[in-house]
Ligand binder design. Sequence first.
Ligand SMILES: Nc1ncnc2c1ncn2[C@@H]1O[C@H](COP(=O)(O)OP(=O)(O)OP(=O)(O)O)[C@@H](O)[C@H]1O
Ligand SMILES: [Zn+2]
Length: 572
Amino acid sequence: MKKIMIPVMSVLLLMLIGAGIYSLNKPKNEMSYPSFLDAVEKGRVSKVTLYEDKGTFDAYLENDPETGYTVPNPMTEDFVEFLLVNNVSVSYKNGNISGIFGILIVAIVGFGIIYYTRGTGSAKNLITDANKKDSEKEKITLDSVAGNVEAKAMVEDVIGFIKNPSQYTSLGARMPKGLLFYGPPGTGKTLLAKAIAGEADVPFYAMSGSDFVQMYVGVGASRIRSLFNKAKKHEKAVIFIDEIDAIGKKRARNSSASNDERDQTLNALLTEMSGFNDNQGIVVIGATNRLDTLDEALLRPGRFDRQIEIGLPDVNSRKRILELHAKNKPMSDDVDLDNLAKSTVGFSGAMLENLLNEAAIIAANEKKSYITYKHIDKAFYTVLAGAPKTDVSYISERERKITAYHEAGHALATKLLLPENYISKVTIIPSVKGAGGFNLSIPKDAMYQSQRQILANIKILYAGRAAEELIFGPEEITTGASNDIQKASSLIADYTDKFGMDPEIGLFSTRIFHDIPDAELIEKCRAIANSLYKETKQLLSENIQALEKITTELLQKETLNGDDIDNLLGLK
Ligand SMILES: Nc1ncnc2c1ncn2[C@@H]1O[C@H](COP(=O)(O)OP(=O)(O)OP(=O)(O)O)[C@@H](O)[C@H]1O
Ligand SMILES: [Zn+2]
């Protein structure tokens, strides 16, 4: 890094001296800031002289290098970067201080800016070509990513496409130009993106969304263009934009004030994405912790239209992640990675890596030649203390058990009441949204829902709470069912007042009278809720052995799919 700095510095100094000489004839013509930006975009600005102590600078046009224009705008590092990114040569001048002294100050500023833009991996980092850096170490491939089996499967064809786009386009296949990885922090989104580039053997360009959010209109957009321009030079590449929500956040509904800068940046991204050829072999990958906050414009076909969840690892994946990161770390025999995987519920891959790393540091501090269980135990505190509270909290054994019964309740009720539904996943790993676990059952494609299906769905929602009550007793029920209860209530309201399915209430809907609360209707809904809940408890208690079986398996494996459950219940 230092080696590059010296020549760059000298060039800058030369430029500065040149500028010092130039400064004698200060331009008289004026140019507005917007037309200046326009000129930069069109590549017409050849040179800019910045005055540190004034709110103006001088711009010199390509076809008219003699006549300068004064443009009103304060100078900032972002602005300078915007110019550099657009190949405008920049020099500095201080209006009052001249000569060697001025040049000195200017040199310091220049040094600062170069240091700033080439900073070693700071948050403000510019475009990084990870492949170049990584080739010095070790190439990142899919094998570097442990667990995340589904996500890895979902990117296989993208790798195939980057390697040989025509194989896909000749069949008329349109590959996604953009992938969106979403999930909690530290789950390996960046790692997987690098692995795609590594497997396809193409350059990797990464930036973070927060680098694009700038005070100055046009800077973010120009950084996007420059990022894509660098990638496009290679024909094939992976472009990775972390924290994409920083550019593509949904607008607040009632904010009339438009955010010009953000809109321009987002538009530049969308334009760039539609700009390159379908058969080129460039793939853009965005990552976010919050899928729900993203602007829909980003998710449309031809943009980030393949969305891949990267969740927290289950016990098996945790073991594999631990094994991967333990490879280069000598461990004593008392370290049992199986057990460690079991006791790290809710840990992300990054936290597991961190755990082993901290343990290694502790062992090294103690001048030991290997890591013992004691070191890992100590490291727990460091890792947990540094963990974001909202994502991971230490989950007690009792909480795990409650969650397991709760989720098993949902799963079993689905099997019993809507066997035609396909259960994709039951898990006790916390999801992004903070629920204890989730239970996804996908209904068979159908236009309508029958009365039987709606009632079954309500009971399935109640089955989590019912299982908790059945096993732990009415006084031990938890807040974990709040979301279920809300959903069930809204289904009951639809059942009675929208679909007219309750025989007693009949076909009249009070929804035509907008603001009139109907106390009688509410009472009836409440009665329906209570009786459906009772039936759900009854159903589970009649099938308590099946409930126990699913729970035990969930506690052991943490995540089950539909086939696992069928096997457990002897349905296959
Ligand atoms: N599945 C995994 N397999 C192996 N290592 C992992 C895995 N997940 C995370 N890690 C480790 O954690 C580090 C950080 O992961 P990474 O930066 O890819 O997470 P991220 O999901 O991009 O996080 P963020 O959302 O905070 O940007 C990786 O470099 C790696 O050491
Ligand atoms: Zn639930």
